[in-house]
Design a protein around this ligand. Sequence first.
Ligand code: MYR
Length: 185
Amino acid sequence: MAPVAPRSGDAVFANIERVNAELFTLTYGAIVRQLLTDLEEVEEVNKQLDQMGYNIGIRLIDEFLAKSNISRCVDFKETAEVIAKVGFKMFLGVSASVTNWEADGTCCSLVLEDNPLVDFVELPDTCQGLYYCNILSGVIRGALEMVSMKTEVTWVRDMLRGDDAYELRVKLLKQVPEEYPYKDD
Ligand code: MYR
């Protein structure tokens, strides 16, 4: 029998990470497939994925702030960079580029350099109109709402729909001033 070379700790951890990432990707795929079966209409699935993401986002922000040690951003431009470079990296393992700013600094695009959610995914023709990764738009919307920013997050490019990239448009609708919880008197 050929001797088995011992693997270094790093190699073992890299392998565990890869398996975790694959399990996550496959689990997400199974959720989307189940929603398609249950809800039948792709529009309904899009809404449900966005809502699931929102519910995750409003909880995930605490973990994000605790782990990243990031303090308040000075403006929406900084917030967008933080989402793209720190948030995406932390929860998805990839980062995004921030581009296509509107002149007033309230709307930009996040372009994903890689998208682990779609590994192994091929959409059948019956799924036209599906925003397969719609959970991500909900996560961002939910997380930002918890730090007082009402946003609208929409897909403008999606490679599963034949585009050349994954691009999310994030529009700041309203910045709600945080309320001081005590009365000054
Ligand atoms: C602040 O000004 O309070 C800081 C705001 C930072 C918001 C960061 C939101 C992170 C969202 C992570 C999205 C991950 C998607 C996979």
